[in-house]
Structures are given as C-alpha cells and as structure tokens.
Design a protein around this ligand. Sequence first.
Ligand code: FAD
Length: 306
Amino acid sequence: PYEVLIVGGGPAGAAAAVYAARKGIRVGVAAERFGGQTNDTMAIENYISVLETDGPKFSAALEAQVRHYGVDIMNLQRADKLTPAGADGLVHIQMENGATLKAKTVILSTGARWRNVNVPGEAEYKNKGVAYCPHCDGPLFKGKRTAVIGGGNSGIEAAIDLAGIVEHVTVIEFAEQLKADAVLVNKLNSLPNVTVHTNAQTTEITGDGSKVNGIRYRDRATGTEHHVELAGVFVQIGLVPNTEFLKGTVELSKFGEIVVDAKGHTNLPGVFAAGDCTTVPYKQIVIAAGEGAKAALSAFDHLIRS
Ligand code: FAD
C-alpha cells in the first residue's frame, strides 16, 4: 500500500506529492488528467515568482517536479469510489478501470470545473474571448468591452472587479432579478460603466472566426433578440467540484465541496483534501498549491502518530 495516495494531479495534488515524497515515504498520484485546469489556461501571470507562463508549460513543470521525486504517477486514471479504512487500517480507492488502490492516508485533490452556458460560440471561443476566471483573465481585457453571464454573487463580484479594469461591463442574468447579495448589487449600481440586463437569456457568443466580437441575448419578457458588441465574455454561473464519487462517504457542503478544517482534515480519519474541490475559498493555483502542501504535512503527521 501507499503511505500517501493522492487523487487528482492539479496544482494541489502536485504540491501534496512533492511535500509527501520529501518525507521519504511511498507516494502515488492517480489523476484523470495530470495538470488539471492549468492545462486549459492561456496565460498564468499570478503564480508568485513566475512573471508569466502558459498552462501547458506550467502543467509540464508540475509533472517534471513530481517525477523528480520518484512519485508513482498514474495518469488517465479516474477514481470512482472511496471506502474508509476498515480492519486493515487502509483507505481503498476504487478506480474506474476496476483496480483498487490502498493507502494509509489519502489526499483528495480532484479540483473543480466551471459550469458552461452551452450556447453556440462558447466552446469555439474558449480562451479566445470566452473566460471563466476574472482574477486570472480580467487584465487581458483592459480598456475593452466585456460581458458577465450570471447575476449571482460570483457574477456580480466579477462585474465589479472587471469594471475597474475594462471599458464597460454588460451583465446578463436569466432570472427576473439579480441573485447576488444586496450590498454587491448596490455597489454594482453605483458604477458608471456597467449595464445590467435581467430576464435575459444568452443565446450565442459571436465571433469573427478567431476571437469573440459580441454576445446575443433574448429578452424573455418581449422575446426580442439583441446583440452587444464586445471583446470578452466571462461565464459566471457556478463552479462545480469534482466530488460526485464521494457522495455518501466524505462530508460535502451544500455546494458539493469537501468540508475541510484548517489542516486539510476531512470527516474521515486518514483522509485529507486540498484545492478547488474543498470548502477553502478563492479558487486559485497559488492557493491550491499551498493547501496541497498543508494536506501532505497533515497526512505525514497522521502517519507518525498511528
Ligand atoms: P484542478 O486543477 O482542477 O486539478 C484536479 C485534478 O484532479 C486533475 O488532475 C483532474 O484530472 C483530477 N481528477 C478529477 N476528478 C478525478 C477523479 N474522479 N479521479 C482521478 N482524478 C480526478 N488560477 C490562477 O491562479 N491563475 C490563473 O491565471 C488561472 N487561470 C485559469 C484559467 C482557466 C481557463 C481555468 C479553468 C482556471 C484558471 N485558474 C487560474 C484556476 C486554477 O486553474 C485552479 O484554481 C487550480 O488549477 C486548482 O487546482 P486543483 O489542483 O485544486 O484542481
């Protein structure tokens, strides 16, 4: 069995692997896609000490560092069940391919995915004007016109954040009213360069073949179609943690996030979690990496005490 088995190979899993391996113990990482969300990132400009890199480069660097420490990397392997430690004291992770991996401690770092709006143009222009992370990609639209799809807290926070950087922000909300907290809505309404359309259904993200040039929405009250010219669209209709396979075993929040304490413990002994799949706020690479390191140190602490 592994002393530390990490499920998920994004920044959180990679940091956990490096920290655990440096303790001289047997470490494995099983990942559906090593590198995780960073593979889909165009430019990374906020990872401390790295002025600028791109997603594939960053992901390759994560993997090289993990390999350097002799960690067993099981890439393209999806976990689909966790069984808490029984009489043998080992946590069992059942893989989709039928294999079962056993470990004294497990770190869950399966990340999250942005919910898509699923309209024509979204997939085609992803990273070509369609973006999901205002902290990451907001500055790419400096001085340009953008839209935010989604009027919940994350959408309105994104709109306020973007309004300080871009020329103009159009907010498009499907429901009759913005769902964000009143304090955010008031702040939004005080900004001069924001237009809000409620009761509006996004029907298409338009482009010129190489990048986004606008958004089309239908006014749900009148049925009329409108087109707004702009350079970027931020989709903010929710982040979905990759934790479906843990339902019923590991405690999850109402949003499906793994509930962790300040040291990365879950409700199960020997099971830790880190990164975007957890209740830790602000889903960012530097945060996921820090949480992964923390979970590995907590797993090691658990090993030396049991
Ligand atoms: P992830 O990166 O999501 O990795 C999860 C890992 O778990 C992957 O290896 C995945 O394949 C694996 N996995 C999932 N389910 C299973 C399963 N059942 N079994 C096995 N493996 C599984 N953040 C920044 O700080 N700066 C940026 O510029 C930036 N830009 C972004 C741009 C885009 C387009 C996106 C989508 C995100 C961006 N982010 C950025 C956010 C950042 O990528 C995430 O916060 C970070 O990758 C989270 O790391 P993680 O390790 O928790 O999860």
